[in-house]
Write a protein that binds this ligand. Sequence first.
Ligand SMILES: [Zn+2]
Length: 231
Amino acid sequence: MPAVSPKKPYRVGRSRTGLGLFATKPIKKGAKIVRYFGPLLDSRNKKHDAIENKYLFELNGRWTIDGSGRENIARYINHACKPNAESDVSPRKRKVVIRAIKNIEPGEEINYDYGTDYFKAYLKPIGCKCSACEKKRKKQRAEARAERLRLKAKAEKKALKKAEKQAAKAKESLKEKSQSKKKLKLNAAKGNGKLLNGHGRKSAASKSLAAKSGTPAEPREKQGRERRASA
Ligand SMILES: [Zn+2]
C-alpha cells in the first residue's frame, strides 16, 4: 500500500475493486485534492504513441499524461458514475487536478468520472462496479425477483383454478354417468325379456337343426353360446 503523507486529507486503502483513495479529513466542495501527474506523451512521437496502459490521461489530440507511475497517487482514485470529485483539465498548462465537487467526509472513497471512452473500453465489458451501478444492479435484481415471485403466484393461482374447474367437471360427469347408468339399468331391465327371447329363438333353431342332422343337441347349443359370448 503506497504511503501518503499524514498531512494529506486522504490515504490509499482497500476498495470494492482493489485499491482506492479515501478521505481522512473533511474535504470541502471545490477544493483541490491531488494532482494527476506523470510523463507527457506526444502522439506525434511513435515511441510515445505505442505506450499502452490503463493510466493514460488524454489532455487533447496531441498530449497525454502517463499516470502509471506509483508516485502518482491520483491513479488510485477509482471511477464512479455519480462521483464526489472531478478531473479539472488544463490542456494548455498540460495539467490535471482532481477537485471535490461535493463536501467529502472522512472515510468516504474519492471518485471521479473517467469519461465515456474509458468507460466503454474498460468498464462496460466487465460491468461498472461503482456504488451507483451496484445500487442499480441490486435494485434490478430485487425487481426481477419480485417479478418472478409475482409470475409464480399468478401461475399457481391459475393452476389452482384449473384444478378446481377440472374437479367440478369430474364431479359433474360422475353425476351424469351415475344417472345414465341408472337409466341404462332401467333400460336393461326392460330389454331383458327381448334378449332372452332372442336367445331362446336361436337355441331353439339350433336344436331343431341338430335334430335334423341327427347329432346330439347338447354340444351344438354349447358351441352357439360360446360364439355369442366371444362376439
Ligand atoms: Zn458506475
